[in-house]
Design a binder for this molecule. Structure first.
Ligand SMILES: O=C(O)c1ccc(O)c(O)c1
Ligand SMILES: [Mg+2]
Length: 596
């Protein structure tokens, strides 16, 4: 099926939008009237620009407030329509979207609406144009797909059909099942948007919070399957009104949009993707360090029981290990401070993983390598992190010469539990979609919490067996000038099976205030002895509804923004202890002020 995108989805002028849509591989666009109005190009020039870019103009929109009006208004509306048809003729576009009226002038009379829409369709047909009627979820009298379909059926004109928009359908609690029975050929156009579950005015919800498929909570694969059952074979077109996308780099947004559509087509069984191979776990996490931060990171790792086991053959890169926990310190990448620059996940079939990534418009990159080095392929995530996929026989290890120090007993750390990455404000939803589609992760809970320096949102992603977990966080508003917290913190969490024994062996843990423990005792009715053990070691606590428990502690921040977390999950606790994140943030801030 053809892939289309509405110009409203991306930022910029029409030129920026068309360039972005074409570069991302879309077949066509929905042209929004206001993008045309502000363009210096004539409709004929827009038509030829689109043709040059390999884009068809699949729809022109919106034409508003047409139907069910008194006679004198009808004349004016028809005149308006003729002007729109003139533009469409010059554009070479055959379908116009007419959305259900929101005008106070419209009357609640389906017969009149049908009659006037049939009249409009007749005028349109004279000019080779079709009318796709869309029920806006906030339409004055017509606000559901089935109501729009009743009106279209009653009008009974070959040039009048439906535009089905997933947002208007799924934002209402009306079953879409009957869409499968719509007369073949009467669905003229299909628009796709996802959205998070929100309890708010539906117009505000639609105009500010739509997302690309897979980024929200709607069952779009199910809806598409229903729509295709009716015989629809026109374009699948993304129509997303989103405050962030409207101001983000259009080239990136368009790729994000294309990735969402490709992943959706896979979920709906339309165009299967190469399956995501099972991930075995976190293979290593790489920190880019500079001259100032590398000694700090080394000291921190030593303090956590890691051993420097390998030295890269040709690059200033060190491998540190403890059980299956592996950290790579890379001084070859020069950026100030320390940052998580890459992570690696293990799979039995790295080639298949990269094949899938390519299909999802995440091109694989083979890192620079010297004569004796393994070429490790990676993909770059929207937050800039390089994601490596390594095989069962970790060939990359051969790139490291043993230092002679074998990993000692350590302090009980077993595996990397998760990696926590702060996301760039403009790319949070893009990042979630990237990680879940490319790596085949499940999206777990999205949580919001009030932190000292702003509201935060966090989204957890993980493999079904929890071998690989990621926690993505973002500020809910773009950060202002006042940014005293740790800027864009990042961390790696290692698992232990005995947090108290492990904590006792870590010299530098983050100090947690007494107030936290008083509150904890009140919230969970924990025995005094337990609370005092937690307090003594700076261990934070959470418990889920099923009795699963999380015990975790943190190190100070090293090199500006990175820190480590040690975590013990009990009885199937599956979260990330986000409820404790504000405590950690305040403690890091306090430490910074007191020179830690
Ligand atoms: O928000 C709107 O007005 C609007 C306009 C056109 C559409 O196709 C739509 O879904 C919403
Ligand atoms: Mg729409």
């Amino acid at each position: 099926m053809r892939r289309s995108i509405a110009t409203v989805c991306v930022s910029g002028t029409l030129d920026d939008k068309l360039t972005a849509a074409s570069a991302a591989g879309f077949d066509g666009i929905e042209l929004f009237e206001n993008d045309l109005v502000v363009s210096p190009w004539s409709p004929a020039e827009i038509r030829s620009r689109c043709a040059d870019l390999g884009l068809s103009i699949d729809l022109y929109q919106p034409f508003r407030d047409f139907e069910a009006v008194p006679a004198e208004l009808l004349e004016a509306n028809l005149r308006r329509a003729e002007r729109t048809f003139d533009v469409m003729e010059a554009l070479g576009t055959g379908t116009v979207l007419v959305c259900s009226s929101v005008s106070p002038a419209a009357v609640d009379d389906d017969g009149l609406a049908a009659e006037q829409l049939a009249l409009l369709a007749g005028r349109a047909a004279d000019r080779g144009i079709r009318i796709a009627y869309e029920a806006l979820a906030w339409g004055r009298h017509v606000s559901t797909w089935d109501h729009a379909w009743r009106v279209v059926r009653a009008a009974d004109h070959p040039a009048l059909g439906l535009c089905l928009d997933s947002f208007h359908i799924l934002s209402r609690e009306i079953s879409p099942a009957g869409i499968a029975d719509i007369t073949p050929g009467k669905i003229f156009f299909v628009q796709l948007a996802d959205a998070p579950h929100l309890r708010m005015d539906v117009l505000q919800w639609s105009r500010h919070h739509r997302l690309f498929p897979g980024q929200g909570a709607f069952d779009l694969a199910g809806l598409i399957t229903t729509i295709l059952t009716s015989g629809y074979d026109g374009p699948l077109s993304l129509e997303v009104f989103n405050d962030v996308f409207r101001q983000a780099d259009p080239a990136r947004t368009a790729v994000d949009a294309m990735r969402s559509l490709i992943a959706l087509e896979d979920r709906a069984g339309l165009r299967p993707l190469p399956p995501a191979p099972a991930l075995r776990g976190h293979a290593f996490t790489e920190f880019a360090v500079d001259g100032g931060s590398s000694p700090r990171l080394r000291e921190a790792l030593r303090g956590l029981g890691f051993t420097h086991t390998g030295q890269h053959r040709t690059k200033p890169v060190e491998l540190w290990e403890q059980s299956a926990c592996r950290v790579v310190l890379n001084s070859a990448v020069t950026r100030p401070g320390a940052a998580i620059s890459a992570f690696a996940v293990g799979t039995d079939d790295p080639a298949a993983a990269l094949h899938r990534a390519e299909a999802l418009r995440a091109p694989a990159r083979v890192s620079e390598h010297g004569p004796r080095e393994t070429s490790l392929a990676s993909v770059t995530a929207p937050d800039g992190t390089e994601v490596f996929v390594t095989g069962p026989d970790p060939a990359w290890r051969a790139d490291f010469l043993p230092t002679g120090d074998s990993p000692g007993a350590g302090i009980g750390l077993t595996v990397t539990d998760h990696i926590g990455l702060t996301q760039p404000f403009d790319h949070f939803d893009e990042a979630g979609l990237f990680y879940d589609s490319v790596l085949g992760l499940d999206r777990l809970a999205t949580e919001e919490f009030a932190a000292p320096f702003g509201l935060m949102r966090s989204r957890a992603l993980a493999t079904a067996g929890r071998e690989v977990r990621l926690a993505l966080t973002v500020a809910l508003l773009r950060r202002g000038e006042w940014a005293p917290g740790v800027p864009d913190p990042q961390h790696v969490a290692f698992a232990t099976e005995d947090i108290v024994a492990t904590a006792a062996r870590v010299p530098r843990r983050l100090t947690i205030p007494d107030n936290y423990y008083a509150d904890l005792a009140a919230r969970f009715a924990l025995p005094d002895a337990v609370v005092s053990t937690l307090r003594r070691h700076g261990i934070l606590y959470d418990r889920d509804a099923r009795g699963g428990e999380l015990l975790h502690f943190y190190t100070p921040v090293h090199g500006g923004r990175v820190f480590f977390e040690i975590i013990e999950r009990r009885a199937g606790y599956d979260g990330f202890g986000e409820v404790n994140a504000p405590v950690r943030m305040a403690a890091h801030r306090h430490l910074r002020l007191t020179g830690g």
